[in-house]
Ligand binder design. Structure first.
Ligand code: GLC
Length: 650
């Protein structure tokens, strides 16, 4: 049952404040012509509490509550209590806390006051921020933040090709506004599929990332800032699937700006943000990746604009913590990898990627690395920082050691003994060698390797998934040797992974019985289509980032050139079908925004490789040291960076 405000828990109230609307009076059209505007940038609105009344999603009467001045109160009241983290291994603790770079504390004195005062202080600060944020979001100080740092140079005025010009026109056309301010980009602008919009008319968190980077690299930061702050507010939304509410830190998969009549009037309208946390999504999948992408984008925004004040805001810090809280809370897991249901990421339908899929692990690792840089270090956050470091360390060991396959490893698996009951089993996950698929025996090149798609007890999913492998490189989850190996494999298997359109979402496709059993006979995911071995041009920017990081931009250039020849003629499709990516996808949307933005971002990164450097993470030997120390019995000898380097697969 959905909960009305009067019965809502205190934390739920906070969202009611949150400016998720822009009030306007219209004549006669509901959309843009208004008289007597009461937008949230209006000083009158700011001064008058009733203008901050909560607006709920249409169609849910329980969510409508008339004027609530006390809603001023409700912003992230208990955010500093987000501290579920057990301190973990003492060895790691010693290393990580000692080596933690201490960032300036945003709210003076926060670390010195007792917890209750701390909370109150935070509430005050956040209320102030929210009021300030309202101005910023709806008309204030955004736009002049663009500041370049270090050797990052952004070329504003280079000669653009006709294809790039068209892509920019289309990307600009995809921009969605809220309170007359840009807030995101719509997933697709396909007029030919207007009557089957499904949710392609929404702003998806993951889809917006390449748009955001394109805008940032072009020097336009306002849309990204607005997006980050508004989605942060959506994070707190009350959400239920039937009678159950998922975790508080969940970020929506997507949101839509709706124009609704104000107070039942036919003349006045307002805009509201309507998020989808998976409760309307096909299959009701929780978008685990959304929060991870949000953190990754937040760091990118700071790095590119130099506006670090945004990430230091208390509400933003709380947002990061809430996401991490969901990811780091204790469960039944035996592994440091994140346990999720099928379809919890870019592949948002059943594809046999439940359990510990690589894509989620790589984004999780990236988000932890990014958070570690952004979290304000103080007494209140030190447990969290410790937990992040412990997890990073364990996760990198786990993925490097158990997900990696190359010729040598496949040969080891081929000769595995099974049913080993002991602490020092070689075949820890009890993998039966018969699992090695016949395609892999021939496919695995002599040089190179990759991270497998998933690992569970007695199960290795040997499919190659592009996004997870790219992000393993970008975030340094992969060792330098492994990163090099992944690119070698892609080069060697160019026809399979790039073919006539970069890049295969996964290789190979599931066919016959496997398709029937694993996808549930999904007609959209037939072999070599959509998520089942389809080719997704949006993956270009992530491939480009990985190639630049590894000093091999020519590989990305080649892939971009393949895409550039076809994308404009084909009207920028969402995905391509067939083994080599020859056909436009069966149900592919045209003018898919992240195809357009992915292409532009790839182009811009190639023109300006220094920009790529701020979006990646370098190998952190302290993390390796942490894992080496905790694995080792004899810390005196082995607990050093050098030992770590030699111990933890590099
Ligand atoms: C499809 C994709 C998903 C994407 C969405 C919007 O559902 O699988 O990754 O976010 O479309 O483009």
């Amino acid at each position: 049952m959905a909960m009305g405000l009067s019965t809502a828990k205190p934390y739920r109230r906070r969202l009611f404040l949150l400016l998720l609307r822009c009030t306007r009076t219209a004549e006669p059209s509901p959309k843009c012509s208004h008289h007597h505007p009461l937008s949230c940038s209006s000083p009158a609105a700011a001064a008058e509490p009733t203008h901050l009344r909560c607006i709920f999603r249409p169609g849910d009467p329980n969510r409508f509550v008339p004027g609530i001045p006390d809603a001023f109160w409700g912003v992230r009241q208990f955010s500093t209590s987000v501290d579920p983290i057990s301190s973990g291994d003492k060895n790691l603790e010693r290393i990580f806390i000692q080596n933690m770079p201490v960032k300036p504390i945003v709210v003076d004195g926060v670390d010195a006051v007792p917890i209750e005062d701390e909370r109150k202080e935070e509430v005050d600060t956040v209320v102030a921020n929210a009021e300030e944020g309202k101005d910023e979001l709806c008309g204030g100080k955004v736009g002049d933040l663009y500041k370049l740092e270090g050797d990052l140079e952004v070329r504003q005025e280079k000669e653009q090709s006709e294809v790039e010009k068209e892509a920019w026109r289309l990307l600009d056309r995809a921009v969605v506004s809220y309170c007359e301010r840009p807030i995101g980009t719509v997933a697709a602008n396909d007029v030919t599929a207007a009557n089957q919009a499904l949710n392609y008319d929404q702003v998806f968190i993951r889809d917006f990332v390449p748009s955001a980077l394109a805008f940032l690299l072009k020097g336009e930061s306002e849309i990204v800032r607005n997006f980050l702050l508004h989605t942060l507010q959506l994070q707190s939304w009350e959400k239920t699937v039937d009678c159950y509410s998922p975790g508080q830190g969940l970020m929506p998969a997507s949101f839509k700006v709706r124009t609704v009549p104000l107070d039942g009037s036919n003349e006045a309208f307002e805009e509201v943000l309507d998020p989808d946390f998976g409760e309307s999504a096909i299959g009701r999948v929780a978008p685990v990746d959304s929060g991870l992408w949000w953190i990754i984008l937040l760091r990118a925004y700071g790095k590119i604009t130099g506006d670090y004040a945004l990430q230091e805001r208390v509400d933003v810090q709380t947002g990061i913590r809430l996401i991490l809280n969901l990811c780091l809370s204790d469960g039944f897991d035996m592994f440091p990898s994140l346990l999720v249901t099928d379809g919890s990421c870019m592949i948002d339908r059943r594809m046999g990627i439940h359990g510990h899929p690589l894509e989620i692990q790589a984004l999780f690792y990236s988000a932890l690395r990014c958070s570690r840089e952004m979290i304000t270090f103080n007494d209140g956050s030190k447990n969290l920082v410790r937990a992040i470091n412990n997890r990073l360390s364990a996760l990198s060991f786990h993925i490097r050691e158990y997900y990696w396959v190359d010729m040598k490893k496949i040969n080891e698996i081929y000769r595995y003994k099974t049913e080993e009951y002991s602490h020092d089993a070689i075949n820890k996950f009890n993998i039966y060698p018969e699992q090695i698929p016949s395609w892999l025996v021939e496919w695995m090149p002599d040089k190179g390797g990759y991270f497998i798609g998933n690992l569970q007890p007695a199960h290795m999913d040997f499919r190659f998934f592009s996004l997870g492998n790219f992000w393993a490189i970008v975030s340094s989850l992969a060792t330098p040797r492994q990163a090099e190996g992944i690119l070698n494999l892609i080069e060697d298997k160019w026809d399979d992974i790039v073919g006539r359109m970069p890049l295969k979402i996964c290789y190979p496709s599931l066919e016959y019985e496997e398709w029937r059993i694993i996808t549930g006979s999904d007609p959209k995911n037939t072999p070599w289509s959509y998520h089942n071995g389809g080719s997704w041009p949006t993956l270009l920017w992530q491939f480009t980032l990985a190639c630049i990081k590894m000093g091999r931009p020519e590989l990305a250039q080649r892939a971009v050139a393949v895409a550039e020849k076809r994308l404009p003629n084909d009207k920028w499709p969402e995905y391509y079908d067939t083994r080599s990516g020859r056909f436009i996808g069966k149900q592919s949307r045209l003018y898919q925004t992240w195809t357009i933005a992915g292409f532009l971002t790839a182009k811009m990164l190639l023109e300006n490789p220094a920009a790529a450097a701020v979006l990646t993470c370098d190998e952190d030997l302290e993390l390796l040291q942490g894992c080496a120390c905790s694995l080792s019995k004899n810390t005196r000898i082995k607990c050093s960076r050098l030992a770590a380097k030699s111990q933890v697969v590099v």
